[in-house]
Design a protein around this ligand. Structure first.
Ligand code: IFM
Length: 472
């Protein structure tokens, strides 16, 4: 029996500005933390940078036409803060706004719904120089930037997301240092998490003030589906700690108006959280129209002796360094969950997506969910005839879409699925070696070639039906 999705289910693809746009020094754009980081020797594979990326800045019309050919109804993209407000302060640069206005017009003209993310990790370098996310001022800067973009695009864009994966910005950017700006300070990571929450709250208020009533405001999190290696109390406690540090550190203040007591206790040796000021939690606890959920793979943990070497495998798929992205979780070991893996080394486990959606649905009844990212990096090869066949990606998508449908049957109110990614692109510290796209990009010629997964996904999206077989 084919699996069918309800009418009105939102089908789309996703990208982010720094990963695809290129044109890093055009139109008044100044460096973001990712420009600085990627240009620092040793920070990215092969020293890859986003200077040119997929050259989407110059190929926007061609890319939207390709999307339209696929017939997928929505496109999630992010606005580059340093392209729109180069120093992170003051008036917007019209040329920057014009690019996004043109993109949105192209999308609407082709019947594709824009889903706009304000911040996908490219903080203007000047704001990092002033202290970055560990400093409160950055949250106020973000709210101002949100107002500028809302003023320019609010008449055309209905679906707004404040932040993408603030966990990565805080804990990979300031904790383990594998992401920009590459700092390794556990207290800075916790401060950053709070100021990202505050930025979301102030940004959401700024959006509501500037946008028409029909606008939808959301945030995209990457909550960990954490599993304990056994029912042993130490393993269950490890799961609780990582759940607090990955998920509840955001869902607590955003959706319940408080940080979880166990998180505050676990991190008490590092900070008293006095950077949370009176009124912050009320500012953060804003009505959301839906919650964006990004999922790739589950995380498997066990208890460990204090001072034991960090993780052996897995680590939530976030790379292993001498510095942990998990402040206050020294007694946790990470393991590679069993099963097949993608090119990122991430275990393929669709049941994790089902479980995560069902859990969020139960914990926050009445809050619609949208899967704002899900997809796989595969070892794609261009065949002699120029085509790209990616059966592993199709199998991954098939399994995860079936899991979304199962979660809906089990009560989760999932409204859409935005596949990561439309194009192969700059995979952050991994550079261009990891390909997540359903459209292949030849980085020499910038030629785009839809892979077999693009045709497969287009059929699923158009029919709202998941076929029995995974046939290309
Ligand atoms: O490429 C990233 C994206 O920018 C954020 N979420 C995870 C993707 C795959 O790693």
């Amino acid at each position: 029996m084919p699996v069918t999705f309800p009418d009105g289910f939102l089908w789309g693809t996703a990208t982010a500005a720094y990963q695809i746009e290129g044109a890093a020094r055009e139109g008044g754009r100044t460096p973001s933390i990712w420009d600085t980081f990627s240009h620092t020797p040793g920070r990215t594979e092969n020293g890859d940078t986003g200077d040119t990326a997929c050259d989407h800045f110059h190929r926007r019309a061609e890319d939207v036409a390709l999307m339209a050919d696929l017939g997928v109804g929505a496109y999630r993209f992010s606005v580059s803060w340093p392209r729109v407000q180069p120093t992170g302060r003051g008036p917007a640069v019209q040329r920057g706004l014009d690019f996004y206005r043109g993109l949105v017009d192209d999308l609407l003209g082709r019947g594709i719904r824009p889903v706009l993310t304000l911040y996908h990790w490219d903080l203007p370098q000047e704001l990092e120089d002033a202290g970055g996310w560990p400093e409160r001022e950055t949250a106020y800067r973000f709210a101002e930037y949100a107002s500028l973009v809302a003023g320019a695009l609010g008449d055309r864009v209905e679906m707004w997301t404040t932040l993408n994966e603030p966990w990565c910005s805080a804990f990979l950017g300031y904790g383990s240092g594998v992401h920009a700006p590459g700092r390794t300070d556990p207290v800075a990571a916790l401060r950053a998490a709070h100021h990202l929450n505050l930025a979301h709250g102030l940004g959401a208020s700024a959006l509501r003030a500037a946008l028409p009533a029909r606008a939808q405001v959301s945030i995209s999190l990457n909550p960990c589906e954490v599993r304990a290696r056994s029912e042993d109390p130490a393993d269950l406690d490890a799961r609780r700690r990582i759940d607090a540090l990955s998920t509840r550190v955001f869902t607590g203040p955003l959706l319940k108006g408080a940080y979880p007591a166990d998180l505050l206790a676990d991190t008490a040796g590092l900070t008293d959280w006095s950077f949370v000021r009176d009124g912050d939690l009320a500012a953060i606890h804003q009505r959301l129209d839906w919650l964006g959920v990004n999922y790739y793979s589950p995380t498997l943990v066990s208890g460990a002796e204090e001072g034991a070497p960090p993780a052996d495998g897995g680590n939530g798929g976030h790379g292993i360094t001498a510095h942990t992205p998990w402040p206050g979780a020294d007694r946790v070991a990470f393991h590679q969950p069993p099963g097949e893996r993608t090119e990122m080394g991430w275990t393929v486990d669709p049941s994790g997506l089902r479980d995560l959606l069902v859990r969020l649905g139960r914990e926050f009844p009445g809050l619609p969910l949208v899967v704002t990212e899900n997809g796989a990096a595969c070892d794609d090869k261009v065949s002699a005839d120029g085509s790209v066949h990616d059966p592993d990606r199709i199998a991954y998508l098939h399994g995860h879409l079936a899991a979304v449908r199962r979660a809906m049957e089990d009560g989760a109110d999932v409204r859409g699925y935005l596949l990561w990614s439309f194009l192969d692109n700059f995979e952050w510290a991994y550079g261009y070696g990891k390909r997540f796209g359903i459209v292949h990009v030849d980085y020499e010629s910038q030629a785009r070639t839809p892979k077999s997964s693009a045709r497969w996904y287009a059929r699923v999206a158009r029919s709202g039906e998941l076929p029995d077989t995974r046939a290309e």
